[in-house]
Write a protein that binds this ligand. Structure first.
Ligand SMILES: Cc1cc2nc3c(=O)[nH]c(=O)nc-3n(C[C@H](O)[C@H](O)[C@H](O)COP(=O)(O)OP(=O)(O)OC[C@H]3O[C@@H](n4cnc5c(N)ncnc54)[C@H](O)[C@@H]3O)c2cc1C
Length: 303
């Protein structure tokens, strides 16, 4: 619980970009959950640094909110730590180098993955086609090691700058250890920027591939509020297959329902609570455990 005196100390220092009781549900894909007791929206690296200094001074923990597409926020909101959202000031992306064969792209952590895919489509750079349709920001994608159809955001990464503790580090791809759906960042690492090296190709080919991926995704994913796959695939299998065989499609809990066309996706109705989703996840896990002896691990991050 953040104490009133901690809030007012923060307000004194960070008033220009601090908000209290900020609703988080509208900022997430599932549209559930309560507010952030303290919400910081630093507009520059200097403001972020100032915020972090003050949080350390006051002994306060924080979490980073990206595009909210992979988060389940508790119905009581986030009261025990400060929520930081990087927004303006972290949304720059551009080509910073190019030759006949390739380009180097620099992008801020708050850039939408969709904007980067669009850049590759417009310019005819290959590599990101399979990431088309993945919502969220670059920072979130790197934290989650987002990927689809055999490609991940790390595949074309050259280096990343991140805030760790009290310093800004620049790490080469080889210094990072992403694993399936986890970028392997340390707790409290904040992705600031990243650089990617993409080969040039024919823009028509990129467009064709993206159209194919978009088509596949439309067929697989339900409409309605959802956070994509709820559970990670267990080694050598697919969570959706196990959940389907365990009879989870259509299962409900309050306003949450397992999608009819994808057993690893939960759709939240308007008015659903995060608790409904949590309870439904437990039911799904339990069915798969009983039927196959496999314990599914959540992919969505629960706060
Ligand atoms: C319809 C739908 C389809 C999806 N399909 C896919 C898919 O095909 N493949 C896939 O991998 N995922 C998929 N997802 C999940 C989600 O889109 C990805 O995990 C995405 O990369 C999360 O990015 P975000 O910005 O929304 O992160 P958030 O959901 O906001 O946060 C996720 C995690 O990243 C951390 N984080 C965010 N920004 C930063 C930062 N700057 N520095 C450090 N940590 C940070 C957060 O603290 C949190 O722990 C899907 C989601 C939806 C809603």
């Amino acid at each position: 619980m953040i104490k009133p005196e901690q809030k007012s100390a923060l307000k004194n220092e960070l008033g220009g970009f601090m908000f209290e009781n900020e609703a988080l549900a509208p900022k997430t894909a599932l549209k559930t959950g309560g507010p952030a007791a303290v919400f910081l929206q630093p507009r520059t690296l200097t403001e972020l640094e100032l915020a972090l200094k003050n949080l350390t001074r006051l002994g306060l923990e924080f979490m980073i909110l990206g595009g909210g597409s992979n988060l389940l926020i508790a119905d009581g909101g986030i009261q025990d730590r400060v929520v930081i959202s990087l927004d303006q000031g972290f949304q720059d992306y551009k080509i910073i180098g190019s030759d006949n064969d390739s380009v180097m792209i620099q992008a801020g952590s708050a850039v939408r993955l969709a904007a980067l895919v669009q850049l590759s489509l417009t310019g005819g750079y290959s590599g990101w086609e399979n990431l088309a349709g993945i919502p969220g920001t670059l920072g979130g994608a790197l934290a989650m090691n987002a990927g689809a159809y055999g490609v991940t955001i790390y595949d074309y990464l050259s280096r990343v700058s991140l805030w760790r503790g009290t310093e800004l580090l620049c790490l080469a791809r080889a210094e990072l250890n992403p694993v399936y759906r986890n970028g392997g960042l340390k707790d409290n690492d904040i992705v600031i920027k990243a650089w990617f090296h993409l080969p040039r190709t024919d823009a028509g080919k990129v467009a064709e591939k993206i159209a194919e991926i978009n088509h596949k995704r439309r067929q697989r994913l339900p409409a309605g509020r959802n956070a994509g796959s709820v559970f990670k695939n267990p080694a050598g299998d697919y969570a959706a297959r196990l959940l389907d065989k365990a009879g989870c499609k259509g299962l409900t809990c309050g306003g949450a329902q397992v999608a009819a066309q994808h057993a690893n996706v939960i759709v939240a109705e308007k008015g659903a609570h995060s608790q409904d989703i949590k309870e439904l996840m437990v039911k799904m896990q339990e069915r798969v455990r009983q039927r196959f002896g496999v314990v599914l691990e959540p992919e969505i991050r629960i706060y």
